[in-house]
Design a protein around this ligand. Structure first.
Ligand SMILES: *[C@@H]1O[C@H](CO)[C@@H](O)[C@H](O)[C@H]1NC(C)=O
Ligand SMILES: *[C@@H]1O[C@H](CO)[C@@H](O)[C@H](O)[C@H]1NC(C)=O
Length: 972
């Protein structure tokens, strides 16, 4: 969070004067706090390349040598390194390495670095080390790649089906990625590849000619000193800010000078690209060359105050990944770079063109071959990992506010939820729980006995989350500060020696450098119950402000010339910084208990790979309809970028939503993977029980609906943990052949369940249009209204009065739900299931259910239950049955029930609801048992019908079958 007015009043007067200066300069206007492209010298230099590229005669000065600097024989796998030279600077050399990885169906990797520089600097090459599961991903065997070299071109044929080609043109340097003979992606087709070489200051005009430096062009200098060529046709006029750069009142010392790089990547025949989270933009990324957007998509993690709902401005996290999609193929591109990166997008006749500009580091591109979205998720997961199964309770409802002021407040809020029969799993504490915002140190005036409080909450089956931010108060009586000094793990100023100090919630602060391995075990210890004596196993952690947010720093963050472990500048690692903090806290929580338990750590900042460490949310949103509407596309974008465990502050962080708006937020939130209400300290209290009916009852029903669906969410998370497939799936992911649906980003499917949701995000709505791609019937979850199958894509109208919203079940799916309301999800583990069977027009359906103890890692040893359900209609009868999904997936015998599974061996199915049967049955029996079951038939539309109406409904009561057993129910 960030809101200066509110935090000022709680500060000792002594700080006020200092702060007022800080605040008035940093918050004059939110736009002014953050750089535009033209305010960054590297972006100015590189973006103008694309203008110069329009000139006739413009060409790439870069070319590859025909030989190799090293080849597969030296690398022990499919890897070749070319020399890459530029006619601009004959004495400067680069190398291009082309790797083919062994995992992920044929991922190719292209890296470019400068080689042979006489200067003592290196480009940052460790983004992969933190983002990837294997810092050095294994190469595929040489035999899996066929290489044909000729003068001027090298052609690699690879992939599991040998249908992929990477064609490397030598002069000019260009790479074409092909599948089955079709061009899918071009790198440097527009000749915008450029890597600024390391140079000494003397090489630049400013040094050569003292006083009148700016007037002397680089061309003149070079021709005068070394007879070098005119470079301005490519690089533009020399830039005065190569060695020092000012923004507002800050000066970036840029000790290594310029080292930016630029590369254009085009996707021929494509109209939609997705990704580049996090931006408050549509899912299908619009052009940035005028019209809707004029600024490139900016990746530079920032703490942004009241962000705009429709913008390419940088937000809290950065995932440099795009998916390009047309009806024939999908392809992905990951650019592993952690420095500031801006991406221009242009929708041209030939396809979508992108231009990537990064301030520092090596170029490290990974080409994910597709050919469909499901494959892209697997390939991205093979590289960066997936979200582990979260603790099951973390999928319940979270109640947060800045701040629950004391222990009585916490318990009273829970009592009120109980009194009103509203489920609640987690109560959160924002920064005020900590004495002087020294996280770990509870404010004992307001929380005299934190352990007792946590135990009381835990006894109800609930959890607590407390915030631990990365800024550390500089007072010697704070043990964390003391330790961090003693261990010398504090991030340094540009001199590399002095601790960097800045302002944040706690006043004057330092920041631990989590790139320093010396910090890791120490940070782990901080969370051990022996060390943090005021914590219990019921307490989990929220890592906010980890971009990092520095109130008096440039762009409200750290100076770029700060120095991290290994001598790397902050500019090199900035976008990974938040992930390192999240990672350290995650690792600490996992080992608190013996045996280990799953952690829950919410982070605001993130990078590619952050999904491995827990949940994230979309930061300080506003309680407006625009923001609510924008959240869906933001969360979809996060999901396709691997962040499957994400949510948005329900109600909006800022503002006082009307009851109508709050209800719509709850309905949207109940279908976000992470479901938390949160509010700013200046807002009115808005816990659901505070409202009159019908508002209160609608919010209660909405939260209960979430609990009903927890098995569906948990099953979706299970799939995400195995394959990386999103828990929220946009239309293009589910229907990659229907390009009319590619831009749809206001509705989505929940995991593989077939549930289609469209939140209502506007006032006074009583009906909504839902877009349907497939030739299947859909059923309204609430009313069982039937929308017939159709050969063509279509919109259907779904009633959406305040208490409802579009929630459809796609024909062909079986939903396992738990219909009984409980005060917390942890109390539901032995509750019976209801199966909702929505028939396809072919008369069949299938579904799945994953269950385990919800908090340990016993599932990794096979102690879980993974059931499949299936309905088949043949010869006038329908059979619904249950089978072991784990063994069917693995093709082995039925898995043995583990010790947890045997505890739920008697959990039964209490009801089946079958929608879309043709005719009223004459008998409903359990296979192998005598006697008709109790059932009720309500006439209505069959799955094959062509007109809307109410679906036929067969309700089977108490069939007596158990979830863990094989059974068949025969409907004749
Ligand atoms: C569905 O509705 C949207 C928005 O109202 C519209 O843009 C789209 O063309 C419609 N699609 C179909 C297939 O009717
Ligand atoms: C499938 O079998 C493998 C190897 O025995 C095992 O590691 C894995 O956990 C099994 N997967 C499931 C889902 O049971």
């Amino acid at each position: 969070m960030q809101e200066p007015r509110a935090w000022l009043w709680r500060w000792p007067l002594a700080f006020l004067l200092v702060l007022i200066t800080v605040v008035s300069t940093t918050h004059a206007a939110k736009h002014g706090d953050f750089k535009t492209c033209s305010q960054s010298s590297f972006c100015r230099r590189l973006r103008s390349l694309s203008e110069r590229a329009q000139a006739s005669g413009f060409h790439s000065p870069y070319s590859l040598g025909d030989g190799y600097l090293s080849d597969a024989a030296q690398q022990g796998g499919a890897s070749w390194t070319f020399s890459l030279d530029t006619e601009l600077y004959p004495d400067i050399h680069f190398a291009l390495t082309v790797d083919f990885l062994s995992k992920g169906d044929g991922i190719a990797r292209l890296r470019v670095d400068e080689v042979g520089s006489k200067l003592p600097w290196k480009r940052y090459n460790e983004a992969a080390k933190w983002a990837l599961v294997d810092p050095e991903p294994a190469l595929t065997a040489v035999g899996n790649v066929k290489k044909v070299s000729s003068k001027g071109q090298t052609r690699f044929t690879y992939g599991v089906n040998s249908d992929l080609e990477l064609i490397v043109d030598h002069a000019p340097f260009k790479v074409t990625f092909r599948r089955s003979g079709e061009d899918i992606m071009y790198i440097n087709e527009r000749n915008l590849f450029h890597m600024e070489h390391f140079r000494s200051k003397a090489e630049t005009p400013a040094q050569v000619d003292g006083g009148d430096a700016a007037a002397v062009s680089e061309q003149q200098v070079f021709s005068a000193t070394s007879g070098k060529k005119d470079t301005t046709w490519f690089e533009g006029e020399p830039d005065a800010e190569l060695w020092e750069e000012r923004f507002s009142k800050w000066t970036d010392s840029k000790p290594k000078g310029p080292e930016a790089f630029s590369v254009d990547i085009s996707f021929p025949g494509v109209e939609h690209i997705f990704g580049l989270a996090e931006h408050a933009s549509p899912l299908s990324l619009p052009s940035t060359d005028g019209g809707r957007y004029t600024e490139p998509y900016r990746l530079w993690n920032v703490d942004i105050f009241e962000y705009e709902h429709d913008s390419t401005m940088a937000l809290y996290g950065a995932i440099p990944l795009v998916h390009a999609q047309n009806t024939k193929h999908s392809v992905g591109l990951l650019s592993l770079v952690a420095s500031e990166t801006l991406v221009d997008v242009v929708h041209a006749k030939s396809g979508v063109q992108t231009h990537w500009m990064s301030e520092s580091g090596i170029m490290d591109l990974l080409i994910l071959p597709g050919p469909d979205p499901a494959s892209l998720f697997k390939q991205y997961a093979a590289l960066t990992g997936t979200t582990d199964l979260p603790p099951q309770w973390s999928l319940g409802y979270h109640q947060c506010r800045w701040n629950y002021i004391d222990d009585t407040d916490v318990l009273e809020v829970q009592r009120r939820f109980d009194e009103e029969d509203i489920p609640l799993d987690v109560t959160w504490l924002d920064i005020e729980y900590a004495e002087e915002h020294r996280y770990f140190d509870w404010d004992k005036k307001h929380f005299p006995d934190p352990v007792k409080l946590q135990n009381e909450v835990g006894a109800k089956g609930r959890k607590m989350v407390a915030i631990v931010d990365p800024h550390i108060k500089r007072t010697d009586d704070f043990r964390i500060y003391k330790d961090a000094q003693d261990k010398n793990v504090i991030t340094k100023k540009s001199d590399g020696k002095t601790n960097f100090e800045g302002w944040c919630w706690t006043g004057s602060s330092v920041w631990v450098d989590f790139f320093n391995p010396a910090s890791w075990s120490w940070w782990k210890d901080m969370f051990s119950f022996n060390v943090w004596k005021d914590s219990t196993k019921f307490l989990f952690i929220w890592n906010d402000m980890n971009e990092p947010s520095v109130f008096d720093g440039p762009e409200i963050s750290m100076p770029r010339d700060n120095v991290h472990h290994g001598g790397w500048e902050h500019r090199d690692v900035h976008n990974i910084n938040g992930m390192m903090f999240h990672r350290a806290t995650h690792d600490a929580l996992v080992v608190r208990e013996e045996p280990a338990k799953r952690s829950f750590v919410l982070s605001r900042s993130f990078f590619a790979g952050s999904q491995r460490y827990g949940a994230i949310w979309t930061g300080d949103n506003m309680g407006t309809w625009d923001h609510m509407a924008g959240e869906t596309s933001m969360l979809l974008s996060l999901n396709i970028c691997g962040m499957t465990f994400c949510g948005a502050d329900v109600g909006g962080f800022f503002g006082n939503p009307s009851p109508e708006m709050l209800i719509r937020w709850y309905q949207a939130g109940a279908f976000m993977p992470f479901f938390r209400a949160h509010a700013h300290i200046d807002t009115k209290r808005r816990e659901p029980y505070l409202y009159e009916d019908p508002y209160k009852s609608i919010m209660r029903d909405t939260i209960r609906l979430r609990y009903t669906m927890l098995p569906i969410w948990y099953t979706a998370f299970h799939e995400a943990s195995r394959t990386g497939t999103p828990t929220m799936r946009p239309q293009y992911v589910v229907f990659p052949k229907d390009d009319k649906g590619f831009a749809v980003d206001d509705q989505y499917y929940v995991g593989g369940s077939g549930l289609l949701v469209k939140p209502v995000t506007a006032p006074s709505v009583d009906s909504s249009q839902v877009y349907l791609s497939d030739n299947q019937p859909y059923y309204n979850y609430f009313t069982h209204h039937f929308y017939p199958a159709s050969d063509s894509v279509r919109n259907v109208t779904v009633p959406s009065p305040l208490e409802s919203f579009p929630l459809l079940v796609q024909g062909g799916n079986i939903l396992p739900i738990r219909a009984r309301a409980r005060r917390a999800s942890t109390l539901m583990w032995r509750d019976p299931f209801t199966l909702v069977v929505a028939l396809r027009r072919q008369g069949d359906a299938q579904g799945e259910l994953y269950l385990d103890d919800g908090e340990s890692f016993a599932y990794a040893n096979g102690d879980y239950v993974w059931r499949g359900f299936r309905a088949v209609s043949e010869r006038g009868q329908t059979v619904v049955s249950s089978f072991d999904k784990a063994s069917s997936e693995n093709g082995s015998a039925l898995t043995r029930l583990g010790s947890w599974a045997s505890q739920i061996a008697d959990v039964h199915v209490e009801k089946l609801v079958i929608l879309g049967l043709e005719t009223k049955p004459t008998s409903v029996t359990v296979e192998g048992e005598a006697g008709d079951l109790a059932w009720v038939w309500e006439d209505g539309c069959a799955a094959t019908d062509k007109a809307e109406g109410t679906a036929s409904r067969l309700t089977i009561k108490a069939p007596g079958v158990r979830v863990l057993r094989e059974w068949s129910i025969r409907i004749v």
